[in-house]
Design a protein around this ligand. Structure first.
Ligand SMILES: [Zn+2]
Length: 451
């Protein structure tokens, strides 16, 4: 066995535990995990470091093609690599993939534009269930759908949602569902506009808790009854998570994604910062106890995994226009892994939990397992070297995303990604991009040919 890379002396982490082991990679695959020290073309000393499987971030918007003034693949994927994210699943609302031809065009365009491996999601369109089987067979990762018209994408009412879920159940496809009830958000919007409200408190009143829990409940029931597989996107508060947990216990194949902004940002700062905290659903936590409840649900697996929902705008873009008109969304790829490592350092999660929620569970949910999300012989050599002791203060200055800012600026975090390898290639070191174009398309599990 001749290895290209040996990462020696580190502590390898999985959801099941951690152990000292050397990890060898050849031809892009992990070929050795153990205590021996086989010869390798290159050896990296990981003494004192944790060795994590690359993170798999399954809800990412890089707007490329689409709105490259907000983000693009070279920049967004560099931010991912710097933060230890070695696989992303991307979709862009402004230029959605709706047909196999769209998918092929996007794959061709993205050739050589990504630092990390990437899958692509399609957008489900109400009344167009005829596109489902072909898109799935051509390797999309999931179908994104909205229950409310958002970001210019039309919403699915219950009938359209049921038709879509039945079509996906026939081929085994999975959907990521943005759940806010259209009638409840529209009613709130009409009242708030009639009052000519433009203050930050309009966001939690417009995109209210009732709208989210009602839409999530309807969607969960339909998923179970259709025998479909789905994920509730960006669960913002415990009531939604617990409802989803009950449907799961009743047999629904339903995962629940959440994001750092629902674990670490507060409702009152949405009101205070307005456009710079405009994302939907909004941050709901009102107290440390609310945040603690979300972390507990993540530890217990009721909230199954973490994503960023990376959807950046620059500060200038967030300042252009009133609060109704500016884009929704936050940058997240730069900050999510540092925040999870810090949560582990603070005891909110274990490092094993970090691997579970940001590598293993997303890879398993979207059919990328066992190739992605783990360090084991036969898996891709996606490795992240983490110094669990390193301290740094998150700042706008360090953000690689075109956003150029982070809502978490000023937070001191413990734990830092030192190096990121994608299939054995060093792509990022100390947050500097080393290889910016080695990412490859990863077909979804329905692909008839291997991509
Ligand atoms: Zn999103």
């Amino acid at each position: 066995m001749s290895l290209d890379l040996l990462v020696s002396g580190g502590t390898v982490v999985s959801s099941q535990g951690r152990r000292r082991a050397n990890v060898g990679v050849a031809d892009g695959f992990v070929r050795f995990v153990g205590s021996d020290t086989p010869a390798a073309a290159r050896t990296v000393d990981a003494s004192g470091l944790l060795v994590l499987p690359g993170a798999v971030d399954t809800h990412v918007h890089l707007m490329d093609p689409g709105s490259t003034d907000r983000e693009d693949f070279p920049t967004g994927s560099a931010a991912a690599a710097a933060a230890g994210v070695t696989t992303i699943i991307e979709h862009t609302h402004g230029q959605p993939v709706r047909t196999v031809a769209d998918l092929k065009d996007k794959r061709t365009y993205l050739n050589g534009r990504s630092a990390v491996d990437f899958g692509l999601a399609a957008h489900a369109w109400p009344g167009h269930t005829d596109a489902v089987a072909d898109l799935w067979a051509n390797g999309i990762s999931f179908f994104k759908l909205f229950t409310c018209t958002t970001h210019g994408v039309p919403g699915h009412d219950a009938a359209a949602l049921r038709a879509h879920l039945e079509a996906t159940a026939l081929v085994g496809a999975i959907s990521l569902m943005h759940c806010e009830d259209e009638s409840l958000t529209a009613h709130a919007e009409a009242l708030l506009r009639a009052e000519q409200r433009t203050d930050g408190w309009l966001l939690p009143q417009w995109r209210n808790r009732d709208a989210e829990v009602v839409a999530a409940a309807v969607a969960a029931i339909l998923v179970r009854r259709a025998g479909a597989r789905a994920v509730i996107a960006h669960v913002s508060h415990p009531e939604v998570a617990e409802y989803v947990g009950r449907e799961r216990a009743a047999g629904a194949h339903l995962a629940a994604e959440t994001c750092p902004q629902y674990l670490l940002l507060r409702e009152d700062e949405v009101a205070e910062h307005g456009a710079l905290r405009k994302f939907t659903p909004p941050a709901r936590a009102r107290s440390a106890a609310d945040e603690a409840q979300m972390w507990e649900l993540l530890r217990r697996g009721v909230l199954t995994h973490i994503s960023t929902d990376h959807a950046p705008s620059t500060r200038d873009q967030k300042a252009a226009g009133n609060l109704w008109d500016v884009h929704f969304g936050l940058p997240g790829l730069d900050s999510t892994m540092p925040l999870l490592l810090d949560a582990a350092a603070r005891g909110l999660l274990s490092y094993e939990d970090v691997v579970r929620v940001y590598s293993e569970a997303p890879a398993q949910t979207y059919g990328l397992w066992p190739r992605k999300g783990r360090i084991a012989v036969g898996a891709d050599g996606d490795l992240v070297l983490v110094d669990p002791q390193a301290r740094r203060v998150l700042s706008d200055h360090d953000v690689i995303s075109k956003a150029g800012w982070t809502p978490f600026a000023g937070r001191e975090v413990t734990g830092a990604v030192q190096r990121t390898f994608v299939r054995g290639t060093l792509v990022s070191e100390e947050r500097r991009t080393v290889e910016g174009d080695s990412g490859r398309f990863v077909p979804g599990p329905g692909a008839i040919q291997g991509g």
